[in-house]
Design a protein around this ligand. Structure first.
Ligand code: PML
Ligand code: MG
Length: 258
């Protein structure tokens, strides 16, 4: 990786106009690649944008730019899958996991009440664990975690060893959660998909790892959310900038214990 120039490739797709024009968000995606991998990365993101359960896009933007900062290598969070039989049990478990990660009950309750509002936000919302207030100031755009990737080959090796389904959705979610939870100001992440055909979500934290919860909503529901619970007593100044701009590559060595 040393000495090679890397590019950040980003895709966003919407329906009934661009996001700025009020179009419906369909999908987004991130890649980090060398020049020789650009075409493949762009094609993969184009395929992702064109075949999506949220609908057909009529606006797609794919852009790439040079990354000048050194790329940070991170080991993927440890993953555990929690099978639940109902949404109620899934939500109860998510609350327990968030508490274990260090989010106070009252803040979880406030966030839960605000979830319908947060599901209108395209990126993630940042919530302060002291006040329970949203503090990113990004309105409907939210915070988009960018400049992140995990090579398919390395993911496949890791997933096979850990008995995790070989799905790019899971790869991308673990990569994102690993980057987010590595930040000193982040206490936990809670996420479930806005895709109507995907009902598994997760809670992630530094010690907690990536805890999948198999039922957090009904099939057909297009509401999702991504919340980062952050500690505002830490230096938050650079937090959003780091989440958006610090390049991170996930890498697992097969000699690693987990
Ligand atoms: C998404 O659809 O982008 C979020 C998926 C979160 C859950 C992925 C998983 O099954 O672990
Ligand atoms: Mg989605």
């Amino acid at each position: 990786m040393k000495g090679e120039k890397y590019y950040s490739v980003r895709m966003r797709a919407s329906q009934n106009g661009s996001h700025e024009e009020g179009g419906k968000h369909i999908s987004g995606g991130e890649r980090l690649t060398t020049y020789s991998g650009l075409k493949q990365a762009i094609n993969a993101l184009l395929d992702k944008s064109l075949a999506h359960s949220r609908g057909q896009p009529d606006f797609v933007q794919i852009q790439f730019e040079t990354v000048n900062q050194p790329i940070k290598l991170l080991h993927p969070l440890q993953v555990n899958t929690n099978q639940v039989n109902s949404i109620e049990t899934g939500k109860e478990l998510a609350v327990e996991l968030l508490k274990y990660a260090g989010v106070p009950s009252a803040v979880i309750e406030t966030a839960h009440q605000q979830t319908p509002e947060y599901s209108e936000v395209r990126g993630a919302v940042l919530i302060d664990i002291h006040s329970g207030k949203r503090i990113d100031g990004r309105k409907e755009k939210g915070v988009r975690v960018s400049r992140i990737d995990w090579s398919d080959t390395n993911f496949r090796m890791w997933a096979t060893k850990h008995d995790i389904p070989l799905k790019s959705r899971i790869k991308e979610a673990i990569a994102l959660a690993t980057k987010v939870c590595d930040h000193p100001a982040v206490i936990a992440e809670f996420c479930f998909s806005d895709d109507p055909d995907y009902i598994t979500g997760y809670v992630a934290g530094k010690k907690l790892g990536y805890q999948r919860v198999t039922k957090l909503k009904e099939y057909g529901d297009e509401n999702g959310c991504r919340i980062f619970f952050v500690d505002s007593s830490r230096n938050l100044e650079n937090c959003i900038n780091d989440l958006e701009k610090q390049p991170v590559m996930i890498h697992w060595g097969d000699q690693d214990a987990n």
